[in-house]
Write a protein of this length. Structure first.
Length: 306
C-alpha cells in the first residue's frame, strides 16, 4: 500500500505544480472531450488540428503587443480562430468549395501569417511553449481561464445539444425543420476555438487536439449511445491525462520542467498525455465492440448490433 501511495498519491500531495497540472487536465477533459465527440460525429476531426494552427498569429500578436500576457495571447488566439471559422464558413456556404477545402485554405494562410509575424518582428517569441505547451508550469490565472472555458463549453453544449445531435446524424432534416442549423454550426465552432485556446496554454497548439479527438474516437468504438459516448470520452481523457502526468513525474521530467519554467525546452508531459490517449485508442481499436477483433468474433458483432 505504501508503494502504491508513493506512486499514485504522493506526487500530487507533495508538489503544487502536479496539483495544478492535474486540475488543468481535468478541466480540459471536461471541456475538450465532449467537443471532440461532436467533431468526430460530424466527420470534422481534422478541423481540430486545423484550428490549433489557426490561432498562432493571434497568440503571436498578443505576445508582441503585451509580452507573456495570458489575457493578450488568449484574446489574440480567440480572435484569430474566430476569423478563420467565420470566413471559412462564409466561403463554404456561398461558393462551390466544401467546408474542408475552405477551412484548409484559411488555416494555412493563418499559420503562414503567424510564422511571418514572428520572423518579421525580430522578437524572440518562445514558440516551444506555444506549440508544445507547458502543463507543469500552469499558474492560477491559467487554471481559472481553462476552467472558465470548460464551464462555458459545457453550458454551450447543453444549450445546443438537440440541434447538434440532429446535425450529426441528419443535417438535411435539421435544415428542413429548423432555422437553428447556422446558429448551431457557428456556436459549435466558437466552442472549438475556445477549447483550442484553452489547450494551447497547457498542452500547446500541436498537442491540445490529441486530448480532444483520441478519447472521442476511443469512446465511439465502445458505444453508439451519444450520452454514454460523451461520458466515456471525458473519463478516458482524464484518466489518460492522469497516467501521462504520473509517467512524466516518475521518469524525472516533471521536476526539470517545473524548475526550468522559462527554459527553451519542450515540456514532455503534453506528449506523454497524448501518447497515453493514443494507447487507449489502439486498445479500443482492437478490443472494443466496434473494433477490429469484432469483425472476426460473432459475439462481438451481436453485441454491437444490439
Amino acid at each position: 500500500m505504501s508503494a502504491l501511495h508513493d506512486f499514485l498519491v504522493a506526487p500530487f500531495a507533495d508538489f503544487a505544480f502536479m496539483r495544478h497540472a492535474l486540475a488543468g487536465t481535468l478541466a480540459l477533459a471536461l471541456g475538450a472531450a465532449p467537443v471532440g465527440v461532436f467533431l468526430l460525429l460530424r466527420r470534422m476531426s481534422l478541423m481540430g488540428d486545423a484550428m490549433s494552427h489557426a490561432i498562432l498569429p493571434g497568440a503571436a500578436l498578443g505576445y508582441l503587443a503585451c509580452g507573456l500576457s495570458l489575457g493578450a495571447m488568449t484574446a489574440g488566439g480567440i480572435v484569430a480562430g474566430l476569423l478563420v471559422v467565420f470566413f471559412a464558413g462564409l466561403v463554404a456556404r456561398a461558393s462551390v468549395l466544401k467546408e474542408d477545402a475552405s477551412l484548409a485554405a484559411f488555416y494555412l494562410l493563418s499559420l503562414a501569417a503567424g510564422v511571418t509575424i514572428v520572423a518579421a518582428s525580430g522578437e524572440e517569441l518562445d514558440l516551444m511553449h506555444v506549440l508544445f505547451g507547458s502543463v507543469f508550469t500552469l499558474k492560477d490565472d491559467a487554471l481559472l481561464l481553462i476552467a472558465g472555458i470548460s464551464t462555458l463549453s459545457l453550458v454551450g453544449l447543453a444549450l445546443m445539444f438537440r440541434p447538434l445531435a440532429l446535425e450529426c446524424f441528419d443535417p438535411a432534416f435539421l435544415r428542413g425543420v429548423s432555422r437553428a442549423s447556422p446558429a448551431a454550426y457557428y456556436g459549435f465552432m466558437v466552442l472549438v476555438v475556445l477549447n483550442m485556446v484553452a489547450g494551447f496554454h497547457s498542452l500547446g497548439t500541436l498537442m491540445a487536439v490529441g486530448i480532444m479527438i483520441l478519447p472521442a474516437a476511443s469512446a465511439r468504438l465502445w458505444t453508439r449511445s451519444l450520452t454514454a459516448m460523451l461520458a466515456l470520452a471525458v473519463t478516458l481523457a482524464f484518466v489518460c491525462g492522469l497516467v501521462g502526468l504520473l509517467f512524466s513525474f516518475h521518469t524525472g521530467h516533471a521536476a526539470a520542467a517545473a524548475a526550468a519554467e522559462h527554459a527553451e525546452e519542450i515540456d514532455p508531459a503534453g506528449a506523454a498525455i497524448v501518447l497515453v490517449c493514443g494507447l487507449a485508442y489502439f486498445i479500443s481499436l482492437l478490443a472494443a465492440p466496434g473494433g477490429l477483433l469484432a469483425q472476426h468474433w460473432p459475439a462481438h458483432r451481436r453485441h454491437l448490433s444490439s
